[in-house]
Design a protein around this ligand. Structure first.
Ligand SMILES: [Zn+2]
Length: 90
């Protein structure tokens, strides 16, 4: 699989580290159930998913990768800080 980093261009996925699902971060004063779900609850969808990836072997950018877990098609790669809610947890 190759990911098209917005800064570096197409690169082998071994240059990247997958951090997991890209979830919208709750508000700092969000309730405990909301934070519990953000930290611990994960789904394992078959189909389109959004994940947080780090370009560790390249520019060091945090990226949100939208891909299909069944067909392995990469649909979109965007900077995490351009996503609603940040995505990178910053
Ligand atoms: Zn890069």
């Amino acid at each position: 699989m190759r990911l098209n980093c917005p800064l570096c261009g197409p690169r082998d996925r071994r240059e990247f580290y997958c951090k997991g699902a890209a979830l919208p971060r709750p508000a700092p004063d969000g309730d405990a159930a909301e934070w519990d779900a953000y930290v611990f609850l994960r789904e394992n969808p078959a189909g389109e998913t959004r994940e947080l990836w780090y370009h560790s072997g390249g520019c060091g950018s945090w990226l949100v990768v939208t891909r299909n877990t069944v067909s392995h098609d990469v649909i979109d790669v965007a900077f995490a800080d351009a996503e609603p809610g940040g995505g990178a947890g910053t």
